[in-house]
Design a protein. Structure first.
Length: 512
């Protein structure tokens, strides 16, 4: 039975309250903005269906009460289609709940603000701003605009569709959602360039949704760690990032920031169904969070880059990392962060983390699949790792790392190390995995307490009696449900929260 990595109906359930009781809800059509579409990797299958499986992000908005028009360069208009307004900022301040603004072709210089001088929408009568495909926002060049967001949204129940921002080499944030705003939707946005975050979700916001957007910082003259695709500040609640395409963001595509001492972490976050490519950094970097789901994302990097990470969790509680495809990152998934030399602080411990049903592939066999640096009660289960140099690394011991479970995983083509275990006391359950080496079995080792031994010997000495080492196991036709060379059905160990169909769970992602 294929695993759907996105909660069924999650996006529609989150957007239903926007529609409320308004009659005849219809989506707002917006022409597509021309934008460079990067090439993405060949599709993976699970039981003949695409993997990851994604629930579309399709917010439905109520039919507007009134529609006004804006056209760049127009003068003395009344907002009608025949006589549009020419001042976009004035238009944003001149609407009421239930209204829609349609922004026509042309260039519009920022900064633009949806702030206290603008009205707030309501759940049943949101305010909608729909941009034509040829409308473009750009940073302003006046005094006092350096570093100021091109578009600020600080009011609630605003829904912006189809906006295109050309940031070029600017140090300005593209779109900043802040000021306690809630129930804000950003759909089909396009943001290119910029050495600051393309989109910033502020720490006092609630229920911000960003979907179907394309964000890329290709061709920056100066790469900066602040050049992040989407940044989520500490304290933000219930943000959703769904079905976005992000690429070549030097600071990473998604970053969830840690709070200041005594502050509150972001929480209730969902990062689902996004496609991320070629950041040469950490694609999804969660410094701190309380409650987060990262599911159904496709992440790829270059196997020639070092220091890349697909998904990294720092000081997080209650995290689910499920159904993602991570390809050619130096570390596929990292949980917790051990202190580095000279940092002068303890580990960033993650707790109550589930890493399950992910596909981690390394075409150059130089990276690590899953790396646990500091975690309590972390479960790494039902994953498929393909071609990695090192499958699992569990660093440290109690109290920094403890209660780790590594069960029911399928490891194909492992090139160098099956697992590294600093302290066996860190592990609660490590068994029922299947390893298939790419090289002769005797060439694959395991590191236990700093000492390396052949993997076959380690499986015996650590009493992993249900873990198997079988050469030649492979995936057929790029389908994770079609495995040849070993029996994986009913060969696993039962775990709470993961139902199975047969006498025991299957090894790997598919449950048949």
């Amino acid at each position: 039975m294929p695993v759907n990595p996105v909660w069924p109906g999650v996006v529609l359930a989150l957007t239903a309250r926007v529609v409320g009781a308004d009659p005849a809800p219809t989506p707002v059509p917006t022409p597509v903005v021309p934008f460079r579409v990067p090439e993405f990797p060949r599709a993976q299958l699970l039981g003949g269906k695409p993997f990851p499986a994604v629930t579309p992000f399709a917010p439905l908005l109520a039919r507007p009460d009134r529609t006004f028009y804006v056209s760049a360069g127009a003068r003395d208009g009344d907002g009608s289609k025949a006589r549009p307004w020419g001042d976009l900022q004035a238009a944003l301040r001149g609407v009421e709940p239930g209204d829609q603004i349609r922004v026509g072709p042309g260039d519009y210089a920022g900064p633009l603000r949806i702030d206290e001088q603008c009205p707030e929408g309501t759940g049943r009568r949101p305010i909608q701003v729909a941009f034509d495909g040829k409308a473009r926002l750009s940073p302003g060049g006046g005094a006092g605009t350096v570093g100021v967001a091109v578009l600020t949204i600080a009011r609630s129940y605003w829904h912006v569709t189809g906006v295109y921002l050309a940031l070029d080499q600017s140090a300005s944030t593209g779109i900043s959602i802040e000021g306690g705003a809630h129930d804000v939707t950003l759909d089909r946005a396009r943001v290119s360039g910029g050495s600051a975050p393309s989109v910033l979700i502020g720490g006092d916001t609630v229920r911000v949704r960003i979907g179907n957007s394309r964000i890329s910082k290709a061709r920056l003259d100066r790469e900066s760690p602040d050049a992040v695709g989407i940044a989520i500040a500490a304290g933000a609640r219930d943000a959703l990032l769904a079905n976005n395409r992000l690429s070549e963001n030097p600071g990473g595509s998604v970053r969830v920031r840690a709070p200041e001492p005594g502050g509150k972490a972001a929480g209730g976050l969902q990062i689902v169904g996004n496609t991320i490519r070629d950041d040469a950094a950490t694609a999804i970097d969660v410094e701190a969070a309380d409650g987060i789901r990262i599911a159904g994302n496709t992440i790829t990097d270059s196997p020639t880059w070092t220091g890349t990470r697909g998904i990294a969790l720092g000081s997080v509680e209650r995290a689910v990392v499920q159904g993602n495809r991570v390809e050619d990152c130096a570390i596929g998934i990292q949980v917790g962060a051990a202190p580095r030399g000279g940092e002068g602080r303890g580990p960033l411990q993650a707790s109550a983390v589930s890493v399950d049903h992910n596909y981690l592939v390394d075409t150059a066999s130089v990276g690590t699949g899953v790396r646990i640096e500091a975690a309590r009660d972390a479960r790494v289960v039902h994953n498929v790792l393909d071609g990695v140099a090192e499958a699992f690394a569990v660093l440290g011991g109690p109290p920094g790392t403890q209660g780790v479970t590594v069960v029911n995983n399928l490891v194909l083509g492992v090139a160098r190390v099956g697992f590294a275990l600093d302290d066996p006391k860190a592990v609660a359950h490590f068994d029922y995995n299947l390893f298939s080496p790419r090289v002769p079995s005797g060439s694959v080792g395991a590191r236990i307490g700093g000492r390396e031994v052949p993997l076959a010997k380690a499986l015996q000495s650590e009493k992993m009696t249900h873990t198997r080492l079988i050469p030649g196991v492979r995936i057929v036709n790029n389908d994770l449900a079609r495995v040849e060379g070993a029996e994986i059905r009913d060969q696993g160990s039962s775990l709470g929260g993961f139902p199975h169909r047969g006498s025991a769970p299957d090894i790997g992602i598919e449950e048949r």
